[in-house]
Design a protein around this ligand. Sequence first.
Ligand SMILES: [Zn+2]
Length: 497
Amino acid sequence: MPDLVIRNGRVVDPESGHDGIADIAIADGRVVAIAPGLDAGDREIDAAGLVVAPGFIDLHAHGQSLPADRMQAFDGVTTALELEVGALPVAQWYETQARTRRLLNYGTATAWLFARKAAMIGLAPDATGSSLAAMGHGADNPRWSREAATPAEVERIVGMIRDGIEQGGLGIGIPYAYAPGAAAKEMSLVCDLAAATNTPTYTHIAQMSNIDPKSSVEAYVMLIGLAGATGAHMHICHLNSTSLQDVERATQLIAKAQAQGLNITTEAYPYGTGSTVVSAAFFDDPAFPARTGTGFGSIEMLGERRTLRDRDDLDRQRADNPSALVLWHFLDIDGNARHRELLDRSVMFPGGAIASDAVPWSNPDGSLYEGDEWPLGDDKSSHPRSAGTFTRFLRQWLRERQALSLSDAIAKCSLIPAQIMESCAPAFRRKGRLSAGADADIVVFDLDSIGERASFARMNLPAEGMRHVLVGGTPIVADGQLLLDAAPGKPLRRGDR
Ligand SMILES: [Zn+2]
């Protein structure tokens, strides 16, 4: 007898294109049968009137903690990966996570940036805390950010990254815009390593600007060049934010490179506001307002919820706490029709994944919150995408605008991200699908009510419409309620089968 049968739901498998009413039987954490009229299971979920789909795989999740997992569970996420930044040492990161309670499956890439800090200023890498917060470390000696590495340093950087991949890192995180001083010889060797180990790189392109030189387009051309020159799989993080107002040109270039067989993939999140640390190198540019089409008033301190006045204000905040999180409102998607169109183009880019770039939850004083209160208090802040990326995409693009089919929408949340990870970790071949043998990472949701509730005014509201969420066959959300004691999340490492 199966452990669980999900009965009479509208079962969507984006791989086969199946979209019809069926039952799903689950045993030992895997799907064992999908057909109408299956025999009874030990437990049953009545999914009549609901969509049953593979759980969402978030390629860009910086939260990596219990409160972050819980908020993402209501967004349909069953696997949350820290790929853009990554971690170092990788073995220490997995050991640390294994000692915490994780709802969602988890994994990390190897952190190029932290290898750089270690090799260039002697900052010992530490994977026991938040990778995003560690982006601000070493601000007092920004050589690691601004300068090209010497050949000896490059050798050490590549060596540390190789260690991380051997310890199970899911590829190489390259938040290039945080160390734009890194130059082509170093990057070509890093990408050589990615190609040799059959692991993707995940790049936040080196610079963001609508204006040459050092434009976003220039950075994409370099990334495309690295894919062609080294054979590495180059994954582009948040196409929506780093392209600024050049989304159209960026997507033309990427599509042309893909059509020539280069291994380039993309992701986007459905918001016009980003999040980062206040010390991010891309705020350094004296011409930041002109080059990005924004101003210092577009940068908002997350702790205080106030926008910056000018460069002096920015400099003071950086000196005070370089790891402080900020929001950056780079597109006005509520007030500007062209900006809405730019966002749409990046979200709808063919073959692109939806990924949240979810950030950790913070206390009012800006420190990270890693406790277990539920519901999460009104004083906790993050970014609405940490609670509502996938459900916002399903609400706006699928239900309200019908810009794509249900199966294609589910593919962008599950199958496409799984496929991006498969060469690195074959275990992803059992994720992002609903067929016999697949992992029972499953979401059951109400298409009529699915949607985010979190907003910039109230970030702590979980999304609505997720009725049941299973990770490896274990419920973490049941009848729309969080199961407080659940912790079925498992690690995913390079080479896992
Ligand atoms: Zn990110």
